[in-house]
Design a protein around this ligand. Structure first.
Ligand code: CTP
Length: 401
């Protein structure tokens, strides 16, 4: 948490400036107060009004419009923060900082400050790789400036390479780490996470499946590992990459998933994110089913074991905290509330998987966290952010048990 921390957020020019708004929101949710400075480049992408309304504070743009400039307002602004964060930081702004140039509000504040500064660069890959930028970064590092490294991938300019502004959760993590050190509240805890779909064979070439991508479950496994947990991720057939520090067990069917979860116990927390197939084919068909004139193929379905409900009702080795996900297409909160009680889990994370929401297989999620205390609605977030918040919640609950 960032209770009471004062952050001065300098927003430079770049397509990624919109991410600074989300960053401000996340920092405030964690208890920080945020004041914004928007450079003239930044104003080409977002408005001072959006920064001001989001931060509930004035947004500063111009060196000479600070109301109390007679009292050296820019100096005061630079001193009353606990941390100055620049996101996105352009090559130009970093060059000014490295050269000690102060010709606008942002660069003047940065030269006048005696407070720590954290830079999250964003620029074209060639600019990032340019010797001048590298030199400037070295200078800034030796001046004690902190950095949140940019990511790689498709850039706004259409080129591929390094230079993309770090993701918001990574910036939040870097800021929290700056204030508190690398605290890992789940160190020593074991988490079991199920993710992805299951495939239930019909015959040697066909199977029953569903649209789950595994993204949300993999993100949950990664977020728990990032907080120090030992994580066993039991994954159905998906193409997601294993998050760092996670021990992955690949399975195909619901029966294999259940066996792998049971094998992984004991655990402090189990998070069942998998979209387990409800049914499997009971009779062993053996050979490929052929079309015949006598009608439809002869196979019977039987219900798969409910892995989540099984974990909840264990008399030995029940994890301290068992969390389910509820995939609903209507009456989300009502159905999920009933599902939580029926399955006996401590929390259920409910989401609307109607085709129109794009949640199944998509990058974002909008969830309700349902517990014995009722329903907590979270805004639409990336699946990574849902996972980070859920991991923090898990850490809080386990600490209070
Ligand atoms: N789940 C499970 N094993 C199953 C079915 C579901 O562990 N055989 C878990 C899922 O991982 C999820 C939760 O139960 O955490 C709810 O899954 P969901 O598909 O929403 O519910 P169902 O049990 O399939 O109920 P319904 O089909 O009535 O919505």
């Amino acid at each position: 948490m960032l209770n009471g921390k004062r952050i001065l957020l300098i927003i430079g020019g770049g397509v990624a400036a919109y991410k600074a708004l989300e960053l401000a929101r996340r920092l405030m949710e964690r208890g920080a107060t945020v004041k914004g400075i928007l450079t003239s480049g930044g104003q080409e992408f977002i408005t001072p009004l959006s920064v001001a309304s989001l931060t509930n504070n004035e947004c500063y743009t111009d060196l000479f419009s600070l109301k109390d400039e007679a009292e050296m307002g820019h100096i005061r602004l630079s001193r009353e923060a606990d941390l100055i964060v620049i996101a996105p930081a352009t090559a130009d702004l970093m060059a000014k900082m490295a050269g000690g140039i102060a010709n606008d509000l942002a660069s003047t504040v940065l030269l006048a400050t005696d407070k720590p500064v954290m830079v999250a660069p964003a620029m074209n890959a060639q600019m990032w790789d340019h010797p001048a930028t590298k030199r400037n970064i070295e200078t800034l590092k030796s001046d004690g400036i902190h950095f949140v490294a940019p990511g790689s991938g498709m850039l706004a300019c259409g080129e591929i390479g390094a230079g993309r502004l770090a993701e918001v959760p990574d910036m939040v993590e870097a800021i929290e780490e700056f204030f508190h050190g690398n605290i890992q509240p789940l160190t020593g805890k074991h988490a079991v996470v199920t993710a992805g779909p299951t495939h239930e064979p019909i015959d040697p070439v066909r199977y029953i499946a569903n649209r789950s991508s595994g993204k949300q479950g993999f993100a949950v496994a990664g977020a728990l590992a990032a907080l120090g947990a030992k994580v066993t991720l039991v994954a159905g057939p998906v193409t997601e990459e294993t998050p760092p520090g996670v021990n992955r067990v690949d399975v195909e069917t619901a029966l294999q998933m259940k066996a792998a979860v049971d094998d992984a116990l004991p655990a402090d927390v189990a998070v069942c994110v998998a979209a387990v197939a409800d049914w499997r084919v009971e009779n062993d068909v053996g050979q490929k089913l052929k079309k015949t004139k006598d009608g439809l193929p002869d196979f019977q379905l039987t219900e798969n074991p409910d892995i989540l409900a099984g974990l909840c009702s264990r008399t030995d080795n029940r994890p301290t905290l068992v969390i389910g996900f509820a995939a609903e297409t209507e009456n989300i909160v009502e159905y999920a509330t009933v599902k939580r009680t029926r399955k006996g889990c401590d929390l259920i994370v409910a989401n609307d998987v109607s085709a129109t929401t794009g949640i199944m297989g998509g990058a974002d999620n909008e969830v309700h966290i349902i517990s014995e205390f009722g329903d907590e609605a979270w805004p639409k977030l990336s699946k990574t952010e849902v996972a980070s918040r859920l991991a923090l919640k898990i850490a809080d609950i386990l600490e209070s048990k």
